[in-house]
Ligand binder design. Structure first.
Ligand SMILES: [Zn+2]
Length: 402
C-alpha cells in the first residue's frame, strides 16, 4: 500500500521514498513506492509528472492500494528522491478547485448539479443535469469568483462512509472507510481525492468560455488561474490582428466585420451579374465564329462550337454551354484546363446526337470519367495534355454524323 502524501499536503512537491516493488507497464519500467506525492489519475484529474532520481515519471496509475509510477528509464536505487512538476500540479489545483467552486455556485444560482467533470489539457468542462442559460452562467461565475477573492480556507478531512452519509455526502462507489472530504469554509463540502489549494485565492480567477446543450443538460467549459490569463492573451492576439485587418478600433470591430460581410455579398451579386453578361457575350462570339460567312444555323444544319479555356470551372463551362444551345441550333463541345481537364458537351433541343456517348468517348482520352442525360453531359480527367485531342475527336464524330 502506498501512502499518499498529497492527500494531506498538496504543496509538498519533494519527498524521499523506498522502492517496494519493480514492475513493467506497457513496455516501460514502473515502480511502487512506500509513499508518494505523485497524484494518480482519478476523479477527472490527470496524473502528476516529475522525476524519481534521474528518471522521468510519465504516468501515475492507481493499482488497488498501490500507486504505480511509470518511468522513461529504470531506477536502480532502493531509496529514491521524487520531485513533482510544480507547474502542472498548480495548474491541476487551479482547474480542479475552480471546478468545486463553480459546481457549488451552479447549485446556488440554478439548482443545477454537476454530473461529470473533465480536466482537459486546455479546457475543463462540467456537465450540469439541467439547462442553464447565459445569465445563470454569468451569475454562477460571479459567485465562484467572489469566493475566490475572499480567500476562504480549504480543509481536508477523513470520514467513514456512514459519517459522510449522515452529513449528506455520498461517498465514491466502493469506498467505505477514509472518505476524503474537501471543504471550502462556509461554502462547499464534497468527497474528493484531488489536490486542492490551502485557500480559494490560489485559483486566481474562474472564467466560463462556452456553454452548450449536452444530453438534456448543459456542458460548461471554463478556465481558471494561469489558463485564464493565457486565454485572454490568445483572444487579445486575435482581436489585435482583426483590428489591423479590418482597420477599425476595437469598439467598432463588430460593425466593421458586418460591413465587410455585407460588402462581400453585394460584390458577389455584382460579380454574378457581370459573369452572366460575359458568358452571354462569349456565347454570341463563339456562334458567330462557328458560322463564319456561312448561313445561319438551322435544326437541319446546326452550328458546331468547339472551344477550350484555361482556368474555367466546370460550372462556368456548363453555363456557357447552356447559353450556346439556347441561342441557336448547335452542338457545343467545351473544355477547360483548371487543375484537371474538364469537358461539358451539350446540344440544342431537337438535335439527335447521343451526347452522353460522345462525352464518354472523349473523357476516356483524358483518363477520367463523367456522364449525363439527354442533351447535356460533363466529365473530367487528369490528362490536361490530351484535352484538345479529346475535343477534336468528339468534333470529328459530330461532323461524321452530320
Ligand atoms: Zn474534486
Amino acid at each position: 500500500m502506498t501512502e499518499r502524501l498529497h492527500s494531506q499536503d498538496a504543496h509538498l512537491l519533494e519527498f524521499d521514498a523506498t522502492v517496494v516493488s519493480r514492475r513493467e507497464h506497457e513496455g516501460r519500467p514502473a515502480v511502487v513506492l512506500d509513499r508518494t506525492a505523485f497524484y494518480a489519475e482519478s476523479g477527472g484529474q490527470p496524473w502528476d509528472t516529475g522525476t524519481l532520481d534521474e528518471a522521468r515519471v510519465v504516468a501515475v496509475i492507481e493499482d488497488g492500494e498501490d500507486v504505480l509510477h511509470v518511468l522513461d528509464r529504470a531506477v536502480s536505487a532502493d531509496r529514491v528522491r521524487g520531485r513533482v512538476d510544480a507547474e502542472r500540479r498548480r495548474d491541476h489545483m487551479q482547474q480542479h478547485h475552480g471546478q468545486h467552486l463553480l459546481s457549488r455556485a451552479f447549485v446556488e444560482v440554478a439548482q443545477a448539479e454537476t454530473i461529470a467533470f473533465h480536466l482537459g489539457s486546455e479546457v475543463t468542462t462540467i456537465d450540469l443535469d439541467r439547462l442553464a442559460g447565459e445569465e445563470q452562467a454569468r451569475a454562477a461565475e460571479r459567485r465562484a469568483n467572489e469566493v475566490v477573492w475572499e480567500a476562504r480556507p480549504v480543509r481536508v478531512s477523513m470520514l467513514t462512509a456512514t459519517e459522510a452519509r449522515t452529513q449528506g455526502l455520498e461517498p465514491p462507489e466502493g469506498v467505505e472507510a477514509d472518505v476524503r472530504v474537501v471543504e471550502v469554509d462556509g461554502f462547499d463540502r464534497q468527497p474528493c481525492g484531488g489536490t486542492h489549494p490551502r485557500t480559494t485565492a490560489e485559483v486566481g480567477v474562474v472564467v466560463i468560455t462556452a456553454l452548450e446543450r449536452y444530453k438534456g443538460g448543459t456542458r460548461v467549459s471554463f478556465v481558471c488561474g494561469h489558463r485564464a490569463l493565457a486565454a485572454i492573451a490568445r483572444r487579445q492576439d486575435v482581436l489585435d490582428r482583426l483590428v489591423s485587418t479590418l482597420s477599425a478600433p476595437l469598439d467598432d470591430l463588430v460593425a466593421a466585420a458586418q460591413k465587410a460581410k455585407d460588402d462581400l455579398v453585394e460584390s458577389e451579386r455584382r460579380a454574378k451579374g457581370l459573369l452572366e453578361r460575359a458568358l452571354e457575350g462569349e456565347a454570341r462570339r463563339l456562334l458567330a465564329e462557328a458560322r463564319g460567312d456561312g448561313p445561319a444555323p438551322t435544326p437541319a444544319t446546326p452550328a458546331l462550337v468547339v472551344a477550350a479555356f484555361d482556368g474555367w470551372s466546370p460550372n462556368d463551362l456548363r453555363v456557357l454551354a447552356t447559353r450556346l444551345v439556347g441561342l441557336a441550333p448547335c452542338v457545343a463541345l467545351l473544355g477547360s484546363r483548371a487543375g484537371k481537364a474538364h469537358l461539358v458537351f451539350a446540344q440544342s433541343e431537337g438535335l439527335s446526337h447521343d451526347v452522353p456517348a460522345l462525352l464518354k468517348g472523349a473523357v476516356e482520352h483524358i483518363g477520367g470519367k463523367g456522364g449525363g442525360r439527354g442533351n447535356v453531359a460533363q466529365g473530367g480527367g487528369d490528362r490536361l495534355d490530351l484535352l484538345d485531342h479529346a475535343l477534336a475527336g468528339a468534333a470529328d464524330s459530330v461532323r461524321a454524323r452530320a
